[in-house]
Design a protein around this ligand. Sequence first.
Ligand code: UDP
Length: 328
Amino acid sequence: MNILVTGGAGYIGSHTVLELAAREHRVVVLDNLTKGHRAAVRGIEFVHGDTGDTGLLKDIFRKHQIEAVVHFAASSLVGESVRQPAGYYYSNLVKGLALLDAMVESGVLRLVFSSTAAVYGEPVEIPIPEEHPTAPTNPYGATKLALEGAMRWYDQAYGLRYASLRYFNAAGADPAGEIGEDHNPETHLIPLVLKSAVGLIPHLEVFGADYPTPDGTCVRDYIHVSDLAAAHVLALDALAGGAASSVYNLGNGNGYSVLEVIKAAEEVVGKPINIKYGPRRQGDPAALVAGSRKIMDELGWRPRFADLKTVIETAWRWHSSHPAGFDK
Ligand code: UDP
């Protein structure tokens, strides 16, 4: 298939591009490189531009005879979204609608959307099934949910079929070690723990130890980025085979606390990690663990790297060989 990947030079995007290219799909990446890295998609057709640019999108659709879109381009930091909601509504919703409109006008009617567990908010049930109520506790989750809502109505009105993948915590790196996570500034737990292990930061701050969880720190479901990438390919294949629009959770179904992640990382790197306890981060629910049965049953998805230590090992391979990320 000819596939446009928006935000394809980012962390999850670039791993998905790798997986799509390995399956012989023809991929075009559109990325404005505010967060992404050109070096993450070497050898791939690349357009430097913005997802809100409807004219550019239509040109790409026509020139490359695009048949489906995988949409990653977005702002994705929970804490930042709480401080700057306007930017999140603009990047994630306004530009997302521009993409949907360009798709409908160009007759490109298959979409895989990068959504998030943040659409659920504070869980009333764990593991969280897809039918769980959606009540986001931050603008990041709210804007992703808003675009999911639009997609549902675009399907009804224009026949745009989609798979929305609600990720839990993406982590790890391609096992070959050529691409990995490189955010600036870095805010995510596992890369920060590993940066602390190599002395790039003096300590890891644990955000809150007074949550109603077994050890008081937040519990999350860490899913390997290559397992996420594989799910996008399965979702595209299903849409190409005529599947109806659907929403899927993507996680391993195992919750680990911040302290458990640190302990696993200490075992992987073979030394203690300096930590300090700080206050809770705004917008963080206490525990998020996925119920991923639906994508397993309907699309046959299975995690290949379900074990937390394996996830951290692949991240460690990347971070220890690329301490300065893609700029090395
Ligand atoms: N976290 C932490 N210290 C950090 C970064 C993250 O304690 O420096 C915690 C955060 O509060 C959350 C978990 O680690 O409970 C995972 O956070 P991350 O930012 O990696 O992903 P998110 O859950 O926001 O998608």
